[in-house]
Write a protein that binds this ligand. Structure first.
Ligand SMILES: C[S@@+](CC[C@H](N)C(=O)[O-])C[C@H]1O[C@@H](n2cnc3c(N)ncnc32)[C@H](O)[C@@H]1O
Length: 239
């Protein structure tokens, strides 16, 4: 499998490392997603969007190139996307309609640049692992709780290591190699090696994630596995 030497991998650890990494990947990020998921990334984002009540005010955290914000905007009244990578946000602006489309702001998930109670729904796709890696997941969940209106919802989606032995075997033996090969093909030397696979491995099992959400003021937590358990949809309400 194609990978960076371990001493280089260790460097992608702080929020700044992660921001720089995504900024380097921004130009070809959408192409990579389409190829390595064989187009399923759009299906998974639509699964998130379906949970968003029509007419709501939505914040997409770690919006990246704006693909989730774009789908959510088809049903929401107001959509903002926040991301700490300026290069990603430039892609997002290019990917979405200027008028009536989502608004984008640069900012950190653990210090959200919005007043308390500003949103009915918070969404995110493929971001929790990076927050966990940077050690800001809990602070970010507290911020999510703050910017949500009372009774608001969160709908997060991310890639995780499948819990089922067979699918985990498939992931470890085939999928990791496939992702590495596509990564090198699309990004060349900018490809950050095993970041994606490693953050999937080190992420919380569902029950621990539910505990973390509960500790940070969320209730009615539902976690749904999709695509053989490699994708996890996390839904909760502000308690
Ligand atoms: C894997 S991309 C996902 C992008 C997008 N949500 C999607 O569906 O493709 C993760 C994004 O989260 C952003 N991100 C990671 N950690 C962040 C943080 N602490 N604050 C704000 N954005 C963050 C990155 O810059 C990147 O654009």
């Amino acid at each position: 499998m194609s990978s960076m030497p371990s001493h280089q991998r260790q460097l992608i650890q702080t929020g700044d490392d992660i921001r720089r990494m995504f900024s380097r990947l921004a130009g070809r990020y959408d192409l990579f997603n389409r190829l390595f998921t064989l187009g399923m990334d759009a299906v998974w984002r639509r699964a998130v969007a379906r949970q968003v009540p029509v007419g709501s005010r939505v914040l997409d955290i770690g919006t990246g190139s704006g693909q989730l914000a774009k789908v959510v905007a088809l049903r929401a009244r107001v959509v903002f996307g926040v991301d700490f990578s300026f290069d990603m946000l430039q892609k997002a602006v290019g990917n979405t309609p200027g008028q009536g489309g989502p608004g984008f702001l640069q900012g950190r998930a653990d210090v959200l640049p919005f007043r308390s109670g500003r949103f009915d729904v918070l969404v995110s796709a493929f971001v929790l692992r990076s927050l966990h890696r940077a050690g800001v997941l809990e602070e970010s969940l507290r911020e999510c709780h703050r910017v949500l209106e009372a009774g608001g919802h969160l709908v997060f989606m991310d890639a995780v290591t499948p819990a089922h032995r067979f699918f985990r075997f498939l992931f470890e033996s085939c999928l990791c190699r496939f992702i590495g090969a596509v990564g090198w093909l699309v990004f060349g030397r900018r490809w950050p090696g095993r970041y994606l696979a490693d953050t999937m491995r080190e992420f919380f099992p569902a029950r621990d994630l539910a505990g973390l959400l509960e500790r940070n003021g969320f209730c009615n937590i539902r976690i749904k596995a999709m695509s053989g358990g490699a994708i996890c949809l996390i839904m909760a309400d502000k308690g």
